[in-house]
Write a protein that binds this ligand. Structure first.
Ligand code: G6P
Length: 467
């Protein structure tokens, strides 16, 4: 039996998700590749094979993606691709955007640090790219019509899910559009009754997360219009969507997502403003004010990154001595509290939880003592006074409060906190982007003090392509 026949016979019998690269002891210049589920890309030139085009970036930007069920014989001169039934097929050769950026750490100790400091530049691409969509120009995405949809479904995993949760607050508040959201591993199995008139957004940095892709396919089957908010437009999620909304963050290498998160937020904010405008739920003046705030984000981010590092480093040194940390917030600061906790646990391995401040009384208050610092995220918004009263409850029980607020909040709060990080006062819609920065840096410096592997924390993967 020849190699091709053997491959065909074998693939007919294997079940489940796989991405295979088969090498031959007696023929080192050939590789047989096969994919079902997880991604595989062939790089042209000297011929390469990788699960992510970023890995190919230093070598080639000419790539061919294998589709589910495909297998390929790759040799020095090129690749022959076959489908699941063993018939030769043509798959398009594409120019990968990933090659535009060679991934290196530059002056930074870790990719995560570099990516935190890249945020002002990365997020600056978003308003410029989305302004035509917000203004409903003819070249905007006509297929995604916010005016006619009764509801919006959102699904994602990890940090991307928390970005979606913040997006829900915006779509509901500004565009009066009800949002059904869940983590993709639940969403895909819940059998949610969704109307085909609705639309669904899937958020994924990599565009390859298996559960998110499965949730997308569930919605597609029901006939919903599918939008993908992705960093890699060429990814599976990008390719299977009806409309792609790129986050334009550039490659993100650190496992803990930072710039992808804030760029996802910026895209969600732009889409929510666009939806609000199309649905006539806010005035033209309000639209313009929100767009102006969005355009201000890069400048304010730079200002914050230039000023908070010494304070955050000091705080991180202290935080590294604790075993548990609680994060609290209300409104969009609630998902942000969960994101702050997620960042800390991912890279420092300190146990951390993010809670809605109003839920404090329903459980976590029992844990409060001097051994569990409480990080309170409280911009001076319409929830501020309520969050301050939660802070007082913590302080009254001997808890250590670390307040992350803005100038107005710092003046208004009479509480003697253990530490206060003061940020500029900004419009509510960009507060989650700005307030992300101290949380990311706090997790980063704590992990550096503890000496963990910041870019590749134990047991975690950048892209989870199997269930
Ligand atoms: C993994 C990564 C996270 C990421 C999540 C979703 O858990 O470690 O940083 O948020 O997957 O990934 P995605 O590529 O779909 O955004």
């Amino acid at each position: 039996m020849g190699r091709g026949e053997a491959m065909h016979a074998m693939l007919k019998r294997v079940k489940g998700a796989y991405a295979l690269a088969i090498l031959f002891e007696d023929d080192p210049s050939s590789i047989i590749a096969a994919r079902n589920g997880p991604p595989l890309a062939i790089g042209h030139g000297e011929m390469f094979l990788a699960s992510d085009v970023i890995a190919l970036a230093p070598f080639t930007n000419e790539v061919t993606y294998l589709l589910d069920g495909d297998w390929a014989v790759i040799g020095k001169g090129g690749a022959a691709i076959f489908d699941v039934d063993g018939y030769p097929v043509e798959r398009p050769r594409q120019t990968s955007m990933a090659a535009a950026y060679l991934a290196n750490r530059g002056q930074h100790r870790h990719f995560m640090e570099k990516e935190i400091y890249e945020q002002p530049e990365a997020i600056g691409h978003v308003p410029a790219h989305y302004v035509s969509l917000i203004e409903n120009r003819a070249d905007a995405v006509p297929i995604f019509d916010f005016a006619s949809i009764p509801t919006l479904a959102i699904s994602a995993c990890g940090t991307a899910y928390l970005a979606g949760l913040i997006g829900k607050y915006w779509f509901e508040r500004y565009a009066r559009l009800p949002v059904e959201i869940d983590v993709a591993s639940e969403f895909r199995y819940r059998e949610i009754p969704l109307s085909p008139q609705s639309a669904a957004l899937f958020i994924s940095q990599s565009g390859e997360t298996a559960d998110t892709l499965a949730s997308l396919r569930y919605c597609k089957k029901l006939g919903l219009t599918i939008g993908a908010i992705v960093n890699a437009a060429e990814s599976s999620i990008g390719r299977e969507a009806d409309a792609v909304f790129p986050i334009l963050a550039g490659p993100e290498i650190g496992v803990a997502s930072t710039k992808a998160f804030t760029c996802q937020l910026a895209v969600l904010a732009a889409l929510a403003i666009s939806a609000a405008r199309t649905r006539g739920t806010i005035t033209e003046n309000e639209v313009q004010a929100l767009v102006r705030s969005l355009a201000e984000t890069p400048r304010i981010m730079s200002q914050v990154l230039d000023s908070i590092q010494p304070k955050v480093e000091l705080l991180a040194r202290e935080l590294s001595k604790y075993h548990d940390v609680l994060y609290l917030g209300r409104g969009t600061s609630f998902p942000l509290a969960m994101e702050g906790a997620l960042k800390l646990k991912e890279i420092s391995y300190i146990h951390a939880e993010g809670y809605a401040a109003g839920e404090l009384k329903h459980g976590p208050i029992a844990l409060i003592d001097k051994n569990m610092p409480v990080i309170v995220i409280a911009p001076f918004d319409r929830f501020f006074n309520k969050t301050v009263s939660n802070m007082e409850e913590v302080a009254a029980r001997g808890g250590r409060v670390i307040l992350v607020t803005d100038e107005k909040g710092a003046t208004a709060s009479k509480l003697d906190t253990t530490h206060t990080i003061v940020l500029p006062a900004v419009d509510e819609i960009i507060a989650p982007m700005i307030f992300s920065l101290p949380l990311q840096l706090l997790a980063y410096h704590t992990a550096v003090f503890l000496g963990t592997d910041v870019d590749q924390p134990r047991n975690l993967a950048k892209s989870v392509t199997i269930e």
